[in-house]
Design a protein around this ligand. Structure first.
Ligand code: 5GP
Ligand code: MN
Length: 345
């Protein structure tokens, strides 16, 4: 099956970029998810395998606990913990690989370090509308995940035969998380061909599923139940649902990072629902509300995320943030629903 993504010209440019690089930094977006961290670590494993020894994975902040088992995760360097070291790695880098994000603002506080670097940049991503100030841009929004792109690149670079189980595991994890366990955004036959290729590398897919999706603490499950039972609002005539979660509620359920991961998808189980929105108070920054949006049944949430929530993302999975109180954020949601009421009806 044909899975190559790059033209001959782009392939040669990628090969040149890699062969000229000695000190390489890999980075991904703030609050890395399975795809961001999976693609970064898979790319690390590949670069190590072709003989690159000075490769650093630098992330803006923490990875949720349920992804710490990923092979190579213990080598990840966090900017919020080791900013001096990260600064040095960026300064010394002769290649920066940006994975799973389209705008440098997505690395949050680390943006300053990224923008200050003059090293050539390689962008590998599947979000819409990527910034184009890169030496090489590999942007394929039609792909399920950055991990899928990374697999296709490694394959096109001739690296499949030597691909390790560790590398394949990281790729499988990101493909799985960005498609909700292959329940959306994953209908192209190439995806299942790639899964077959990964299984041939002895990826334990059931184990990966369990580690990622069956990993709640009792508190996390009770927090989720509380939100669905007591906080979820449904605007039936607009096929929309939203909920908000305050810092106090999170404290009550001993919230840790990752506890609400994927919760915005749950209201989509309501028959006919088109839009689900999650509002969550930032536990660190005051007057900051983190927003997640999901859509289906013909409505696309990305324009709403851009217009009302200072964000963006994919057509049906977007995010953003608001600088206001949680009550004011709920008002913004109501305004957004009204603005799109004809499409939501
Ligand atoms: P999540 O709801 O899982 O945080 O994010 C869903 C999608 O929206 C992800 O693909 C993420 O990259 C994107 N996204 C989340 N927050 C932002 C944001 O502030 N700006 C932009 N442009 N995209 C975002
Ligand atoms: Mn992704």
């Amino acid at each position: 099956m044909e899975i190559n993504l790059l033209s001959q010209d782009k392939l040669e440019r990628l090969q040149n970029l890699l062969s000229n690089a000695t000190n390489i930094v890999i980075c991904a977006h703030k609050s890395p998810d399975g795809d961001a961290i999976g693609s970064s670590l898979a790319w690390l494993h590949y670069l190590n395998q072709i003989g690159k020894q000075n490769v650093r994975v630098c992330m803006p902040d923490a990875t949720p606990d349920f992804l710490h088992w990923l092979p190579g995760h213990n080598s990840v360097i966090r900017y919020d913990r080791r900013s001096k070291d990260v600064r040095r790695f960026f300064r010394e880098a002769d290649l920066i690989c940006c994975l799973d994000f389209n705008q440098s603002s997505r690395v949050d506080a680390m943006q300053e370090v990224l923008d200050a670097s003059s090293a050539p940049r390689l962008l590998i991503d599947h979000h819409l509308e990527p910034e184009e100030n890169n030496e090489l841009t590999v942007s394929n929004p039609e792909m399920s995940s950055t991990c899928e792109i990374v697999f296709r690149l490694i394959s096109q670079l001739g690296g499949y035969e030597k691909m390790t189980t560790q590398c394949a595991t990281c790729i499988y994890c990101g493909m799985m998380t960005d498609t909700g366990g292959f329940t959306y955004n994953s209908s192209r036959p190439e995806i299942f061909y790639i899964i077959g290729q990964l299984l041939a590398k002895r990826v334990d897919k059931d184990e990966i599923y369990n580690r990622v999706f069956h990993n709640y603490s009792v508190n996390a499950l009770r927090l989720r139940a509380h939100i669905i039972l007591n906080k979820m609002k449904v605007v039936e005539e607009l096929h929309a649902s939203y909920f908000s979660v305050t810092k106090d509620e999170m404290a009550q359920f001993h919230f840790i990072k990752g506890d609400m991961e994927g919760l915005v998808n749950i209201p989509q189980q309501i028959k006919g629902l088109k839009l689900s929105i999650s509002l969550r108070e930032d536990t660190e920054k005051p007057r900051t509300v983190l927003v997640s949006l999901r859509s289906c049944n013909g409505f696309h949430c990305q324009p709403m995320a851009t217009k009302f929530f200072n964000g963006g993302g994919h057509a049906d999975a977007s995010g953003g943030r608001l600088n206001c109180t949680i009550e004011e954020a709920e008002d913004v949601v109501l305004k957004a629903l009204l603005y799109y009421k004809e499409e939501l009806k």
